[in-house]
Design a protein. Structure first.
Length: 437
């Protein structure tokens, strides 16, 4: 970690969103705070709870008026959400997207699911070349080239920004954008770029989730026949409200949307007079090492290792009074988080650990960017947001999940943000205030 001291500081100067909201989508840092600081939920029930963005064409055109219609008419919701959060983040950072402010920036995208790509893929797969009109064939080609790969959002963001910098997608489930933030930090710290825009975006189709729920109702008995000790007793449910760290937690609720953060070297940000929310200081990533691709080790051993890699010899757990957890209401996640916190901090450290997944739904790839944005807002404002929908905390937790609907004052300079991927991947990011060292 001594080598890291000589690297350039990496600060976050902009954040933008295209997430579920109460009366309109959540676009800005103030919108995000208004929802998260009150523990509000944007999940609506229509047979299952789900967080829908409801982005109108007018909202998209207002933020991106110059996108050629020949391309934009073939955009999926993943494209639209990702471009809107990028535009909002640039506006927040004082960067003129249309004037080429990101022309030399890295454009990094995290994607977990492929739900948004299915219709374009099937349209091409089922098209009959012998019967299709040439103009329609061209339309299908453009749609397919933009939307049949997980790198789809990076493709259109790179075009809108006219960037000549690094441009690539990472697909690592719900840890995807957290991994990309770590990649951006390294690129900037080592001097390869001065700026990076990192976007996490996913679309979970409501009809797919609904059908999964129907399938699971009949699948529990078969599941019991193949279940091993490292797998939860019950399959997940989507029918009731998700309640991370609550004793009644039995469901996971999904949502859709996008979150973008702008990262810069401190020198670059200072030269242009940009406001810095805080810093991305370090990262660590591990996997449980299990042969079962659907299981997680409830011991939390590898999450502990990820945190220790992240902290190295430079920082200590006792310097970090807050952790942004990655709990989606799944009892397995709560178990390995609790065990990891016990190993790192002991049973009664006074640590606060909260999750805001109950505000917007478990949205996959955006989780890493969203965790960074929320945590830096908490550091900057000196307040910790409650765990959304947590009203009756599970007994025996080695941390305070801050139940209820109010923030708690906390003066702190360091925080951890956790993200996970199905299959045992654990990711930890160390965040700091503007002046943390």
């Amino acid at each position: 970690m001594d080598e890291a001291r000589s690297h350039r500081d990496v600060v976050v100067t902009g954040m933008g969103f295209c997430l579920p909201g109460r009366l309109r989508p959540t676009f800005t840092a103030d919108d995000l705070w208004a929802v998260s600081s009150t523990g509000s939920t944007c999940l609506l029930r229509d047979q299952i709870y789900y967080g829908s963005v409801d982005l109108s064409p007018a909202m998209f055109d207002e933020r991106l008026p110059d996108v050629p219609e020949f391309f934009s008419r073939h955009y999926t919701n993943a494209h639209r959400f990702g471009l809107v959060s990028l535009a909002e983040a640039c506006d927040d950072a004082g960067l003129a997207l249309r004037d080429g402010a990101l022309r030399e920036a890295a454009i990094l995208v995290g994607r977990g699911g492929v739900d948004a790509n299915i219709d374009s893929y099937l349209s091409v797969l089922h098209a009959d070349p012998q019967r299709i009109d040439p103009s329609e064939a061209m339309e299908l080609f453009v749609a397919a080239e933009q939307a049949v790969t997980p790198s789809d959002v990076a493709l259109v963001q790179g075009a809108v920004t006219s960037s000549s910098g690094p441009c690539f997608t990472v697909s690592c489930g719900c840890a995807s954008s957290a991994v990309q933030i770590a990649n951006a930090r390294r690129l900037i710290a080592l001097g390869e770029v001065d700026m990076a825009a990192v976007t996490g975006v996913d679309v979970f189709r409501w009809d797919l989730i609904q059908n999964i729920q129907e399938l699971l109702r009949g699948g529990q008995r078969a599941y019991e026949a193949v279940r091993t000790d490292d797998m939860p007793e019950a399959l997940p449910s989507f029918e009731s409200l998700m309640r991370p760290y609550d004793r009644r937690a039995v469901s996971i609720n999904h949502g859709e949307g996008s979150a973008t953060v702008i990262l810069e070297s401190r020198e670059h940000a200072d030269r242009r007079g940009a406001h810095a929310y805080g810093q991305v200081l370090s990262s660590g990533m591990t996997r449980d090492g299990l042969a079962n691709p659907l299981a997680c080790d409830e011991s939390g051993t590898e999450l502990v290792n990820a945190v220790r890699r992240c902290l190295g010899d430079r920082w200590r757990p006792e310097q970090i009074p807050y952790v942004h957890g990655g709990s989606d209401g799944n009892s397995v996640v709560t178990a390995f988080e609790a065990n990891a916190i016990s190993a790192l901090y002991g049973e009664s450290s006074g640590l606060i650990m909260t999750s805001q997944e109950g505000c917007f739904g478990h949205n996959g790839a955006p989780a890493g960017c969203l965790g960074v944005a929320l945590t830096l807002l908490m550091i900057e404002r000196g307040e910790v947001c409650p765990t959304a929908n947590c009203e009756e905390p599970l007994a025996g937790l080695p941390f305070d999940p801050l139940p209820g609907a109010r923030t708690r004052p906390l003066d702190f300079d360091y925080a951890l943000s956790f993200s996970y991927q199905l299959g045992g991947v654990k990711n930890a990011l160390l965040l700091g205030s503007r002046d943390a060292r």
